[in-house]
Design a protein around this ligand. Sequence first.
Ligand code: CA
Length: 518
Amino acid sequence: MQLIPHQDSPRYIRLHPTDNVGVVVNDQGVAAGGQFDDGLTAVEGIPQSHKVALVDIAEGHEVVRYGEVIGYALKPIAAGSWVTEQVLRMPEPPLLDNLPKATLKTAPGEPLEGYTFEGFRNPDGSVGTRNILGVTTTVQCVVGVLGHVVERVRKEVLPKYPNVDDVVALSHSYGCGVAINAPDAVVPIRTLYNISRNPNLGGQALVISLGCEKLQANQLMDGDQLTNGMDEEDWLFRLQDSGSGFAGMVEQIMAMIEERLKVLDQRRRETVPASELVVGMQCGGSDAFSGITANPALGVAADLLVRAGATVMFSENTEVRDGIHLLTPRAASVEVADALIREMDWYDRYLARGMADRSANTTPGNKKGGLNNIVEKAMGSIAKSGNGTIAGVVAPGERIRGKGLWFCATPASDFICGTLQLAAGMNLHIFTTGRGTPYGLSMVPVIKVATRTQLAERWPDLIDVDAGQIVSGRMTLEEMGWHIFQLYLDVASGRKQTCAEQLRLHNDLVLFNPAPVT
Ligand code: CA
């Protein structure tokens, strides 16, 4: 990365030697006539995080950022011009049928030994970073009653059990009025199944059901040790079985919750190796700095996690699609590369059914932040994956079955991606943002990373890490990666709470349901 110093003078960043555009760094942008240190003159005003043409680009020629073609010039672009969406034609996504598979052997680096955190060991061997009771629901119909119960439990009961962090209703809008036997219904159903088994929930089965709904409780509780040896009435409460109205329901559910709180309260943190971390990475409200500061810093930290033997996942299909040719070579095997291609292909067809494609991803905020199209956004997004080998792939709603860097296929929607990463088994979440979002989840700590110092300073109580320090030269990318790695261990141990945790900012679980509703 070429960093041009001097705080006040016009500055841009060029990420790759073959790039013919740079990203303007200055907070206030660069005015027309402003001269960069290399002699380039801005021919018009260019806002911060937007692109400046570094050379004359002829009509039809490639516009290159990250060493990749992000578009073709629709008209001649003079050196020093603002490169906007209006002057670019977006490239087609890479074809899926002739990609290099598992051709790149990356050296992971020396194993990182001796890094630990304080976690809650679960009966199934996984480790939680928080000690939370999750109450599974089969259908939206129960959410009002359960919400009332959870509110009372938090006030009246939870203070008696100081070793339990929280009680969370696993509420969602699925369960009835849906084509439950449609092939794609497997996605929301296995998501709910696996979320109930998230490592932060301590292995306590409790399901609240209405009774007449399509999604029956045994579909969410079959076949593992969560309900092993328990009678159905010990882990399931059906509202329609209640003989004494709302008050009776509340009383019975509160009693079932308290039984579990007694068990969870006996648990204590123990020292476990860093390899027990399962970190889910995503971004939201991205800007052109996302791919320069925050996401590459996560990439450095991801490489460190892999060297420590941990699990780390990246996601967001529509932000991976245009960089797939850079990812399939990094697959651990041809089978893993094929799985990546399978997920991209499935998603292409899913979008096509709705008469859309991956370009539907970009938001007005992304564009205001200097991201012209999904190709440019994708190149920045996949920087989160670092440089390592992709060890495996899980489809939406599946749980990860190994260590290392995984691709967890999800939509890019923040809440749906977070929900599917919970199902994949994450016990810690990290989220990068350029435009800013107060995003948080109730089941895992969410570390938020700003791409720009300006955002971190405007929102000091919402942003945990200022990755903008990479641009200002106060920290190197490498230093920021290590800082984030250490923060993972501190937050996982409960030594530090994230901003979203302190403020109890929790977004809803949002299921991905590609199947029809009825
Ligand atoms: Ca996202």
